[in-house]
Design a protein around this ligand. Sequence first.
Ligand SMILES: *Cc1c(COP(=O)(O)O)cnc(C)c1O
Length: 359
Amino acid sequence: MPAARAPRRPATAVVAAGRPPAEAGAGLTVPPHFTSTYTAGGPVVYARQGNPTWSAFEEVVATLEGGRALVFASGMAAVDAALSALPHGAVVVAPAGAYNGVDSVLREGEAAGRWQVRWVDVKDTAAIAGAVAGADLLWLESPTNPLLDVADVPAAIAAGRAAGALVVVDNTFATPLLQRPLESGADIVLHSATKYLSGHSDLILGVLVVAVEDEQRYAALARRRTLGGGIPGPMEVWLATRGIRTLSVRFERSCRNAAILAARLDRHEAIERVRYPGFGAMVSVEIRGGSGAADAVCAAASLISNSTSLGGVETQWERRRAIPNEPETTPVNLVRISVGIEDVEDIWADVEQALTRAG
Ligand SMILES: *Cc1c(COP(=O)(O)O)cnc(C)c1O
């Protein structure tokens, strides 16, 4: 008989969850299942509906968030599925300055008459509570990308629920290691698994997580994935499962590096403002001298990658407004830094030389 299973802490769950049963001779990992269909008579008949490689990754994320997970082809495919439940003419409350893909989807949907959006400052819980009256959906992101504004997530979720709105929390920046919104009553937790969960800047993937007892929502979202067709390839999901095994050590190191860099940047004369929530691995800085100076700083790096995206092992930065469709809430001179796991002294040396060379 196998030993009784004690509840597992997150650093253990990322390693232990989503493994095949430990039977004699069994492999330790679920391989990428490259198949489009299955022999009739099993629980899944066609591979748009499910894949054992997806299930392994979903089990890890589900264990971390405390729910049931569904993997999607991208974070935006997950966003699309989460929004698909809204009735026509719905009222949506969303953060001013949310991730630019979400911002664009909401603005374009509103322009097309699909829904109406009430924009709120996520830092202002009273404003959220005021805006959710009569709303169908409360969309939360905290910390926000790239302003790193922090919401009182439990209080905001409670306000949304009290108003009868569906509450979705984009948990990409905090990760389930720092924040588990389902425990505070969120209906859906969303991740761009492209970022910290997979962690190696080599794939694009999304996940939705719902409470274990919320079977209807799980079934509706699974059906949306099957019929919308936004399904991931087995190789991407296998890589993400490999990547998530080290989430806790990667994220711990990145967070520690970020705290050190934020403190040093705060004292640097080329920096107008540092945005750092006091946790997490993202730091945004506003560079003295405007957008030109910020572009020059990004281009002057030698170790740090001047590229969009975040959450990988390598430190990356970019001037955020250089990206198409970035909301105007983002200052033109804001450089978003995704702090990696390198030796912090090498990251800092590169930051310093770039600030000096561009200045
Ligand atoms: C990147 C990102 C997304 C979109 O995810 P993709 O995997 O790029 O489709 C959504 N939310 C946040 C906060 C993100 O950073």
